[in-house]
Design a protein around this ligand. Structure first.
Ligand SMILES: Nc1nc2c(c(=O)[nH]1)N[C@H]1C(S)=C(S)[C@@H](COP(=O)(O)OP(=O)(O)OC[C@H]3O[C@@H](n4cnc5c(=O)[nH]c(N)nc54)[C@H](O)[C@@H]3O)O[C@H]1N2
Ligand SMILES: Nc1nc2c(c(=O)[nH]1)N[C@H]1C(S)=C(S)[C@@H](COP(=O)(O)OP(=O)(O)OC[C@H]3O[C@@H](n4cnc5c(=O)[nH]c(N)nc54)[C@H](O)[C@@H]3O)O[C@H]1N2
Ligand code: SF4
Ligand SMILES: [Mo]
Length: 696
């Protein structure tokens, strides 16, 4: 008889698409299953805290509905009839169907589609190797970062900021457009330290009194899509009341008399009419940040998911450049450090294999693309085959009706590699079972901090589940590619990527669990200059420079962009038929659509619902718990009305991506969101939809 294996605790890292990228301590029980999952206490950013959904990970990794075997559709598309097949059968069929499409329609008719279900680079980005080797259509990655990143870079020239641990050393923390209590709980750890240790003021700027605002000293509830107006009016007040750091601006920014005259027109009264905030609120905010040198601006993703989101992020980022907050420890700004990791992923992504110069298809436009929209197809032919990894577009992508109809097309061969039978997998021809993070090796960059962490394979995968890396390699080999890049292990790729990037060797990283990429503090706060050639922060962005630097593609006429930091009035306007503005803010216990099948999360989130202001409810004869429809030109969705005093009249908030079928009628919230690429460079404006609401 084998000796019982003692329980052990291993160091891992949360793989989910969350800026916190927590270091985890995971108990592995004697039977090889996982037990408790805790935040690592010795990791300075995680600091022993993780969210409740990951703390309950045992219920996800050992979920009875996990996919364990390859499946082939055994009836009409989407009908739910499946036949179990072997991996060989599955891979052979995929290879022959892909080759058939390549030969009939050309390689651009195949579109590998992925996102960040796992944030491990090997298992997330390895799909690019297959794409490159076959010359398949590229994917333009817009769904999450297409709006915020350009806005940030437009100011600083680099996607990086002050180490977020320094929030604890601030006298004021501005949490702008991120519901951190739901989406990245560790921000609260460090912000609360500042309050406890230094009496720091916490400001939260959002469009409803969300869980994060409940913790704030100053909560600003503005109208959706009006953050740019608040920002420029705050700057107006800073200049007017002598609170701008003119010395800092002349040394470190492009501040000009023209910009100053522009701001003179952006009065608090002007902004009050746009934002719905009172003049007193705008002035109080400006005075607080103007008089508190150590103010830390934590800019989130939420307020960028408006059509004018890029310019809003840029405008908000201008405030610390005017107050000189960047000068002071505890001050400055942060959105993401994703521009600072210095990784060479050329091999991982197969740059050396690139065949031809295929078109670039926008992932947020998957609906129009599959519907045959010529513009979205970039003038090329239809997509006839897809392999989807790490994402669930049938639930998460905008303009859901088109996405669903497109995925159901009979002339589309759809392969979905998944951990669960998601609503995308349900529409597939072939479904492949995928491993989870504790079952494969990978490294993870922490966009919300400074570290790169390593997560090893520590438990066996269930059934025949295979990793993304292994599946990509197997398909490429079957398609006839013989490059050694397709004969590697995930661990080899981590080691090779670290070596190419001049990181410490994997063995060393493994012992420690992480590589610290913290930049010297003066560099992180741009004390030697911002990331543009003249070292100056830009109040007057040059969006073409941003496009050139990052390879972005214009989706509007550059001449239409505001010249300076500003409010840009281009959002979907409410009108007589669509009197509400709807935002689809994140739910606490789901992560996008991940966890929308785990019992603990389902219990917490309850049925899909919509927050409505009591005055609007009274006007429409609606009471708490009523069944309602919310709709617009794109479709309609059944929800349950919840009265909430913490939003403005005329605003609706539907938290979370419940399964479409959790809604009466089976239509999910993205029925209502638009796939129209937002300016300047694309991205989905998920929180910007005009809509009507009526009782069912
Ligand atoms: N629990 C949970 N955690 C998550 C996720 C999740 O779905 N659930 N998603 C993960 C992912 S992929 C990402 S990218 C991050 C995103 O995390 P965040 O940066 O927090 O961004 P969002 O979740 O889009 O929205 C945050 C807040 O922005 C608000 N908002 C919407 N429009 C506006 C506006 O015009 N102005 C202002 N000021 N606020 C506005 C929303 O109401 C919401 O409260 O979170 C990650 N973490
Ligand atoms: N209405 C509305 N829609 C939104 C948003 C919103 O705020 N409102 N937010 C948007 C944002 S910010 C984002 S980032 C997108 C995210 O959208 P998605 O990237 O689709 O994110 P998830 O819904 O979490 O789905 C990830 C899927 O990957 C699978 N997965 C995880 N790990 C692995 C793996 O190792 N291998 C394989 N093969 N699969 C794996 C999971 O099981 C899960 O089904 O959604 C967007 N959609
Ligand atoms: S807070 Fe984010 S990174 Fe941390 S455990 Fe939860 S989902 Fe993962
Ligand atoms: Mo995201």
């Amino acid at each position: 008889m084998n000796a019982p294996v003692p329980q052990r605790t291993i160091r891992s890292v949360c793989p989910h698409d969350c800026p916190s990228v927590c270091a985890l301590d995971v108990d592995i029980l004697p039977d090889g299953t996982i037990g408790r999952v805790r935040g690592a206490k010795d990791d300075p950013y995680t600091a022993g805290v993780i969210c409740e959904k990951v703390a309950r990970y045992a219920e996800r990794i050992h979920h009875p509905e996990r996919l364990t075997h390859p499946l082939r559709r055994a009836g009409p598309k989407g009908a739910g009839h499946w036949q179990r097949i072997s991996w060989d059968e599955a891979l052979d069929e995929i290879a022959s169907r892909f080759l058939e499409v390549e030969n009939t329609h050309g390689p651009e008719a195949v579109w590998p589609y992925f996102y960040a279900g796992t944030m491990g680079h090997v298992h997330r980005d390895g799909i690019e190797r297959l794409r490159a080797a076959r010359g398949y259509s590229h994917q333009y990655d817009t769904i999450c970062v297409g709006l915020p990143w350009p806005g940030y870079i437009a100011g600083t020239g680099l996607l990086g900021g002050v180490n977020p641990e320094q929030m604890a050393e601030a006298d004021c923390v501005v949490i702008w457009g991120t519901n951190a209590v739901h989406t990245q709980v560790n921000v609260m750890t460090h912000a609360m330290r500042a309050r406890k240790q230094r009496g720091a003021q916490i400001v939260v700027i959002d469009i409803y009194r969300n869980a994060t605002m409940e913790q704030a000293d100053m909560g600003l509830v503005l109208r959706p899509g009006t953050d740019g107006a608040l920002a420029v009016a705050a700057m107006h007040v800073l200049l007017r009341d002598g609170l701008a750091d003119r010395e800092y601006m002349s040394e470190f920014t492009d501040f000009s008399p023209e910009f100053e005259s522009h701001l003179q027109t952006r009065t608090p009264q002007w902004a009050s009419e746009i934002t719905g905030l009172s003049v007193a609120e705008i002035e109080a905010f400006a005075h607080l940040v103007g008089k508190t040198p150590r103010t830390f601006f934590r800019l989130g993703y939420g307020f960028s998911r408006q059509r004018n989101g890029s310019t809003a992020v840029h405008a908000a980022l201008c405030i610390p450049a005017m107050t000189g907050a960047w000068r002071h420890r505890g001050g400055g700004a942060f959105h993401s450090n994703s521009g600072t990791f210095g990784l060479d992923k050329s091999r991982l992504e197969g740059a050396h294999l690139q065949k031809g110069n295929p078109r670039l298809l926008d992932m947020s436009e998957i609906g129009p693309i599959l519907a045959g929209d010529a513009k979205a197809l970039q003038g090329g032919g239809p997509v006839h085959a897809m392999i989807v990894q790490n994402t669930n577009p049938a639930t998460v992508a905008p303009d859901q009706q088109k996405v669903r109809e497109g995925l159901l097309r009979d002339d589309l061969f759809l392969v979905v590699h998944e951990q669960f039978m998601t609503e995308t997998a349900e529409l597939a021809d072939i479904v492949l079972p995928a491993t989870m993070f504790l079952e494969h090796n990978d490294y993870y960059t922490r966009g919300g901090h400074t570290r790169v962490l390593y997560g090893p394979a520590v438990v066996d995968a269930p059934g025949e589940a295979r990793s993304n890396h292994d599946v990509i390699n197997a398909i490429a080999l079957r398609l006839g590619s013989d490059d050694p890049a397709f004969r590697t292990s995930d661990r080899d790729v981590v080691a090779d990527t670290f070596a190419r990037s001049n990181y410490p060797a994997l063995e060393e990283v493994e012992k420690q669990g992480y590589v610290d990429r913290e930049r010297p503090d003066d560099i992180a706060r741009f004390a030697n200059g911002f990331g543009w050639p003249d070292g100056r922060f830009r109040f007057q962005p040059d969006w073409q420079d941003v496009a050139d630097r990052k390879g972005y593609r214009w989706t509007c006429d550059p001449a239409d962009m505001p010249r300076f930091a500003d409010h840009w009035a281009i959002n979907e306007a409410a009108d007589a038929e669509h009197p509400f503005k709807l935002a689809t803010s994140p739910a606490r216990a789901f992560l996008n659509s991940t966890f929308n099948q785990t019992p603990g999360s389902l219990k917490r989130e309850g049925e899909p619902s919509v927050f409505i202001h009591p005055e609007d409810a009274v006007r429409l004869g609606i009471v708490e718990g009523d069944a309602v429809f919310v709709g617009n030109r794109r479709g309609q969705v059944a929800l349950t009305a919840r009265l909430h005093t913490g939003l403005r009249t005329g605003v609706l908030i539907a938290e979370g991506l419940h399964r479409n079928k959790a809604h009466r009628g089976g239509q999910g919230i993205n029925m209502l969101t638009s796939a129209q690429p937002a300016p300047p460079f694309g991205g989905a404006a998920f929180h910007d939809a005009a809509a009507w609401l009526r009782k069912t």
